[in-house]
Design a protein around this ligand. Structure first.
Ligand SMILES: *[C@@H]1O[C@H](CO)[C@@H](O)[C@H](O)[C@H]1NC(C)=O
Length: 156
């Protein structure tokens, strides 16, 4: 498989504490359109918990995590997926935090306080940043290793 940062933007939602994933969910309908196979994203500006396709606008398929998906507060489409989606969110803020491991050394970055979710927003390294393979959470700290360098979207 050819390396692509978008393909490796593996979405990981960590529910810290049983209640945090179920509190005050609100849903809205969002139209998202990928033209000429281009990646498009919309800032929902809350933490997205789920995204469901309601109606497709074209014959191009919309396949979850292949041609549409979400991370942190962003809902995205790609590969000509055009549709109306139901996007459900939970309250919370998002911060972008860049953390880089160089020369195979471990680097630790502070997240400041307990988090609800963490996802890779941009890869800055050729080496992929994958949970428990090249980054992990230690309480309110993020540790990167195996030359993972990325900007993470962190949900609180
Ligand atoms: C990553 O490791 C943590 C701590 O060991 C574990 O709780 C979590 O389920 C793991 N996640 C994945 C996706 O492997």
């Amino acid at each position: 498989m050819i390396f692509s940062p978008k393909c490796l933007a593996i979405v990981v939602i960590c529910c810290i504490g049983l209640g945090s994933c179920y509190e005050q969910t609100t849903c809205r309908q969002v139209s998202l359109i990928s033209i000429a196979s281009r990646y498009r994203e919309a800032l929902i500006p809350r933490q997205i918990k789920s995204m469901t396709l309601l109606r497709r606008y074209t014959t191009f398929p919309c396949i979850k995590y292949f041609s549409y998906g979400f991370y942190g507060p962003y809902a995205w489409v790609n590969r000509n997926c055009r549709g109306l989606f139901r996007v459900c969110t939970i309250p919370g803020a998002t911060r972008l935090i860049t953390c880089s491991s160089r020369g195979n050394r471990v680097a630790t970055c502070s997240l400041g306080r307990p988090i609800k979710s963490i996802t890779v927003k941009y890869h800055l390294s050729r080496n992929p940043c994958v949970l428990n393979y090249s980054y992990r959470l230690l309480g309110t700290r993020l540790q990167v290793y195996n030359n993972c360098m990325a900007t993470f979207a962190v949900g609180y």
